[in-house]
Design a protein. Structure first.
Length: 263
């Protein structure tokens, strides 16, 4: 069984884990409704790949093999290069995948090949919940985080955009990284502590055992990782959803956000 824990010193779990736990055949419906599905029975990377191919078109990653599967493990490097922290035993800040490209993949799928000895919990945050909280309690912060051309993601050759983007009428997408490959405008930088506090309040931390994994909407959910010890192995696949499944490329903005002029 998945295990759910509190995240951080002040984090609170606002949703139960059970609502996200679905069978493999229920993944598309869960993604269309909530943007996240927790699944079991993924015995190896081939099972994860079959799930990806039944839900979308696999999108190759810089670090993936020819089949599109990336094996994420601690490579034991003495110094972790920017953008390669996933291949260490370090904690990973909440982020979205491929933030430095024009069109990040919509789906991120992971499964556990071998759990850590200690630590290594996955951290998942619903960006819609963060957005809605800021719309209600910190509208000035949200306006700054939605400002066009306010963040450079991925370095000089990366993508210039914003943390929250209005992708179409009433729909919003999130894009975030909090390492040295993100450069924020002074106004956005001013509100980063507020954003981080909201992220912590909506964070869930889950322990994955062998064969367990998650599928999330990369335009809605943030993901991260706690530091760990041992030979933790996780498989990862990016994909674009099949059009007929109705999986959105983001989330609905709140009426409060619309009325406050943050869109």
């Amino acid at each position: 069984m998945y295990r759910l824990d509190q995240f951080g010193e002040v984090g609170m779990v606002l949703d139960s884990l059970e609502r996200y736990h679905v069978g493999v055949h229920e993944v598309p419906a869960a993604l269309a409704e909530r943007g996240l599905a927790l699944v079991e029975g993924l015995a190896d990377s081939s099972d994860l790949l079959r799930l990806a191919e039944s839900t979308g078109t696999v999108v190759p990653h810089r670090d993936s093999g020819a089949d599109g599967v990336t094996t994420v493990a601690d490579l034991g490097a003495e110094r972790v290069q920017s953008g390669f922290a996933g291949f260490s035993a370090c904690a990973l800040n909440p982020h979205t995948d491929r933030s430095g490209v024009d069109h990040p993949p919509v789906l991120l799928m992971t499964s556990c090949g071998q759990p850590a000895v200690t630590g290594g919990e996955c951290v998942l945050i619903d960006g819609q919940a963060v957005y809605n909280e800021l719309a209600e309690s910190e509208p000035d912060a949200l306006r700054a985080l939605c400002a066009p051309r306010s963040v450079l993601f991925g370095g000089a050759a990366g993508y210039l955009g914003s943390i929250f983007t209005d992708v179409e009428d009433g729909w919003v997408a999130i894009r975030l990284r909090l390492d040295d490959l993100a450069q924020f405008s002074p106004e956005v930088d001013r509100w980063l502590p507020t954003l981080r506090a909201a992220i912590d309040r909506h964070a869930m931390r889950i322990n994955l055992d062998t064969g367990q994994g998650y599928v999330l909407n990369n335009r809605r959910w943030l993901h991260g990782r706690r530091a760990f010890t041992g030979q933790r192995v996780v498989f990862r696949v990016n994909a674009s959803p099949l059009p007929h499944l109705g999986i959105p490329f983001g989330f609905r903005s709140s009426p409060v956000a619309a009325s406050s002029g943050t869109r």
